[in-house]
Design a protein around this ligand. Structure first.
Ligand SMILES: Cc1cc2nc3c(=O)[nH]c(=O)nc-3n(C[C@H](O)[C@H](O)[C@H](O)COP(=O)(O)OP(=O)(O)OC[C@H]3O[C@@H](n4cnc5c(N)ncnc54)[C@H](O)[C@@H]3O)c2cc1C
Length: 366
């Protein structure tokens, strides 16, 4: 197994925020035998890295990194569906394009989401009314302690909104090597989401994908041009009573009732209404068009993104009494840490945002 063990393996190009970080040990396992050669991780600080598009290195020193390199795509055609098995290191968007080229439909609404296939189940990626879980059949998962591979059914993965068992009970106990999808041949375009509802009902999967790509490209900054990690915060979910109060005060508040009776709010709207869309502080800021996306204009320090995120969290909590929780994973030299446990080394304070968020002046509104 290729392993780098110098004191300075750069991870700058391995995280979409383009933060300067390095690790002293990195492993690239690509087979069961290589997984079994990994050192005992029970006493080691480590992080499993895919393509780093949902990862923020908070410090310049990262822990030991394991970056699975399982590749390959295998298709089995059956009477009424396709079974597609994909290595964890394959690129998600490339998989979407490949499937459509093979006449296998279903993933078109999830086009252009950055990252690896192996990370997709972890937070159950979703966009435009479709989520990873909709087509997942099973996950192959390597357990560190028993040094064996397990097949986990979709039910066993307990997928939920930006959540799965890999963020809960099985967190850091193993890694995903392979994903198996089930795509029914009976396909119907999912055009329920705003932006896709203008398409003709008989649109092909490729037309849907083209529209998704056009919509995403118009709204979201390309991390290669303006480093970012997509939605920084999850959309908060509140109970009925809290929502009623919010709606009374803000009748136009966007909201999405959930199956369990709770209400999902749009984090981007809350940040926008807090006056922070386009806000910039030094070399980091809130994107001009999409308030949910924090962008890096050239900072090398993850801590600056943390200060900005904490500032946004305080402003939104003050205005709406709603707590924003990051979706992005925060990595220190000790491994992953919760956002609340991270200290704000350089708090942004005493700033009033004026107009489009670009002009700022000192004040005491915080
Ligand atoms: C511009 C942009 C747009 C985005 N849009 C969306 C969107 O629409 N919907 C959405 O859901 N997400 C979106 N994201 C977030 C991101 O694309 C997804 O979270 C993606 O799945 C991350 O993949 P990655 O390989 O880069 O993961 P990483 O950032 O490397 O890792 C993310 C998490 O997965 C874990 N992980 C990675 N690989 C494995 C493995 N093989 N086994 C076990 N754990 C693993 C890591 O430990 C970490 O906890 C967006 C990001 C960007 C930059």
């Amino acid at each position: 197994m290729a392993m780098h063990s110098n004191q300075n393996y750069s991870l700058k190009s391995s995280n979409s925020f383009n933060i300067k970080a390095s690790c002293s040990r990195i492993y690239f396992p690509s087979s069961l035998a290589e997984l079994q050669q990994l050192p005992d991780l029970s006493s080691e600080n480590f992080y499993i890295l895919g393509d780093g598009s949902n990862t923020l290195f908070v410090e310049s020193q990262a822990p030991t990194i394991i970056q699975p390199k399982f590749n390959g795509i295998n298709i089995v055609e059956q009477d009424d569906h396709f079974i597609v098995t994909v290595g964890a290191a394959e690129n998600w968007h490339d998989l979407v394009c490949f499937c459509l080229d093979q006449g296998i439909y279903g993933l078109e609404n999830l086009a252009l989401i950055p990252g690896s296939v192996g990370a997709a189940p972890v937070q159950n990626i979703g966009a435009y009314g479709v989520e990873f879980a909709d087509f997942c059949q099973e996950i192959q998962w390597y357990e560190f302690s028993s040094e064996t591979l397990h097949s986990l059914t979709k039910q066993a993965c307990r997928f939920a909104y930006r959540d799965s068992i890999f963020k809960q009970e099985r967190y850091n106990k193993g890694l995903i090597t392979q994903v198996t999808f089930n795509f029914p041949k009976a396909w119907q375009a999912n055009l329920s989401y705003a932006g896709l509802d203008t398409l003709a009902k008989k649109s092909t999967a490729k037309q849907v994908m083209a529209q998704v790509i056009a919509l995403r490209s118009s709204k979201l900054p390309d991390p290669k041009e303006l480093p970012n990690a997509g939605s920084f915060f999850k959309n908060p979910i509140v109970n009925d009573a809290d929502f009623a109060q919010l709606q009374q005060q803000y009748p136009k508040i966007p909201h999405y009732p959930q199956k369990n009776g709770e209400i999902k709010l749009a984090a981007g709207w809350l940040i926008d209404q807090a006056g922070l869309k386009g806000f910039r502080h030094g070399d980091v800021g809130v994107h001009q068009q999409q308030a949910l996306v924090l962008v890096n204009y050239g900072s090398e320090l993850g801590a600056e993104i943390i200060s900005l995120a904490k500032y946004i969290q305080r402003k939104v909590a003050k205005k709406f009494s709603v707590s924003l929780i990051p979706e992005v994973r925060m990595i220190t030299h000790k491994g992953e840490r919760s956002f609340s446990s991270l200290s704000d080394l350089n708090p942004i304070e005493n700033i009033t945002v004026i107009g489009d968020g670009n002009s700022i002046r000192g004040s005491s509104d915080d």
